[in-house]
Design a protein around this ligand. Structure first.
Ligand SMILES: N[C@@H](CCC(=O)N[C@@H](CS)C(=O)NCC(=O)O)C(=O)O
Length: 222
């Protein structure tokens, strides 16, 4: 399996899942945004977005869909919640909530605060507030009696839902929004980011781009 990845971008979800599952993979590390800094990547993924993932004839570009593909394909594992589990609906909802509802406002904050500052600071501020209000859904879930002491979003254990939402917290940390996390979300973020597979994914994406580009173009191999 091959994964095209930029450090701490949405493809981190896939890298983290690969580490949780202990699967072998080949990692292609790219500078961000690849559209500008690695235009040859467009031959792999004409969208220019990260992640891109290949497994034989299968090619995918949606981070949460790739995580779902991996956990469905490589069973048994603890990351999946089966359709006959009472938590199945909640699990699917968290899986998609992480990308569609949480990461979306972060994209605007990233663009207008970090990548293109000075153009639309008010948009960045508005979307930061919007993101924080959406995070209240996570806050409430962590305090629900249905999850007594489990510390995870659903099914009473760590699942792919925590990878989907956990990545949004990683991005929030990068955007300096973690200072505004509530106590339950801060504790949850500390828990997800201490997982051995999370830390292994962090290590796997470490690269000196200047040296790598000088040596061999943009490809990193693990
Ligand atoms: N919904 C997609 C979004 C993919 C996406 O927009 N990725 C960002 C990186 S986090 C990207 O490639 N941005 C650079 C660009 O659009 O040129 C996913 O979850 O994978």
């Amino acid at each position: 399996m091959e994964l095209w990845h930029c450090p701490d971008s949405r493809s981190f979800r896939v890298l983290w899942a690969l580490e949780e599952l202990g699967l072998p993979y080949e990692l292609h590390l790219l500078p961000f945004p690849p559209r500008a800094h690695a235009p040859e990547y467009l031959a792999v993924n004409p969208l220019g977005t990260i992640p891109a993932f290949r497994d034989g004839a299968t090619f995918m570009t949606e981070s949460v869909a790739i995580v779902q593909y991996l956990i469905s394909r490589h069973q048994p594992n603890q990351l999946i919640v089966p359709a006959d589990d009472p938590a199945y609906g909640a699990w699917l909802n968290w899986l998609y909530f992480g990308e569609a509802t949480l990461t979306f406002p972060q994209t605007l904050i990233l663009r207008y605060r970090t990548l293109e500052p000075g153009r639309a600071e008010m948009v960045a501020d508005d979307y930061a507030r919007w993101f924080m209000s959406r995070l209240r859904h996570v806050d409430r879930a962590l305090m629900q009696p249905a999850q007594p002491g489990s510390g995870w979003l659903c099914a009473g254990r760590f699942t792919a839902a925590d990878i989907s939402v956990g990545y949004a917290l990683l991005l929030a940390d990068f955007l300096k929004l973690s200072e505004r996390f509530s106590a339950p979300v801060a504790a949850y973020w500390a828990r997800v980011s201490a997982r051995p597979a999370f830390l292994a994914a962090k290590r796997a994406q470490k690269i000196d781009f200047a040296a790598a580009l000088a040596a061999s173009g943009v490809e990193g191999r693990r």
